[in-house]
Design a protein around this ligand. Structure first.
Ligand code: F6P
Length: 240
């Protein structure tokens, strides 16, 4: 694991954007795993700026997102489909057919999860996976207790995640209680991983992830077993 300590959210976002930008420019074909949530917002903004200023062609870039809420259609403003279009896809010149997210309104969710994993495999796997981390050390929507071997699956969100995400909704009852999420096994298959964490609220999760026991109770702790993880954080007293 590699650690980059930065001063603030802005620096974290810029450093991450530069890494992703370079990877895009250096590759003939790239599968990017994308995350949502508040953490990567500014990174997408910086990345879009860099791509546009340099007129980078993105027809060789494919994206697969980590997760989507169950019950929210792509047109729903709270859906991750909507978030990705608003924050990134509509701002850059990427063919929309290259961008994939789980379908949270699929009639058969079990089939959706299987087909999502197959789709990732057909693309050749994820080259670079961007991650945030939840306060309870969840990555994607893999809550404590999720199997380290899990593929894409349907998740019951924990109370703490529902509370954390309530800020994006008018009222807490509107927060979906289930999501379709890539599994920990899926994430571990990525060739490289870039995890961003900002703010003191993530301190304990980061400490547990880096130094704690590798246990399914701390989903992000599995990253200790990945050979190519870079963490960028503005949390002051985090060490490797
Ligand atoms: O970036 P945030 O909003 O703090 O969320 C942290 C994590 O929680 C999720 O939004 C899911 O709840 C992840 O996608 C994200 O990595």
């Amino acid at each position: 694991m590699e650690l980059s300590k930065v001063k603030n959210y802005d620096e974290m976002s810029m450093e991450a954007a530069k890494i992703v930008f370079q990877k895009i420019v250096d590759s003939n074909r790239l599968v990017l795993g994308l995350a949502t949530g508040s953490t990567p917002e500014k990174m997408y903004e910086y990345l879009a700026d860099m791509l546009n200023k340099n007129k980078v062609d993105l027809s060789h870039v494919y994206t697969v997102n980590l997760d989507e809420y169950v019950g929210l259609s792509p047109e729903d403003e709270q859906s991750y489909h909507y978030y990705m279009r608003e924050i990134f896809f509509d701002k850059v010149d990427i063919p929309l057919e290259n961008t994939k997210l789980p379908n949270g309104v699929a009639e058969d969710l079990g089939r959706e999860t299987r087909e999502y994993d197959e789709m990732i495999e057909e693309l050749g796997g994820v080259d670079l996976q961007i991650l945030g981390i939840g306060r309870n050390a969840h990555i994607a929507f893999n809550e404590p207790g999720t199997s380290f071997e899990s593929g894409t699956h349907v998740v019951d969100l924990t109370e703490s995640t529902i509370q954390d995400n309530a800020r994006f909704f008018d009222k807490i009852e509107d927060v979906p209680v289930k999501a379709v999420s890539m599994g920990l096994g899926t994430i571990m298959n990525a060739k490289s991983i870039l995890l961003m964490a900002s703010g003191d609220g993530k301190r304990q999760a980061l400490k547990n992830m880096i130094h704690g026991e590798i246990t399914e109770e701390v989903p992000a702790s599995i990253l200790q077993r990945h050979h190519d993880v870079k963490v960028i954080t503005d949390v002051a007293d985090i060490e490797l």
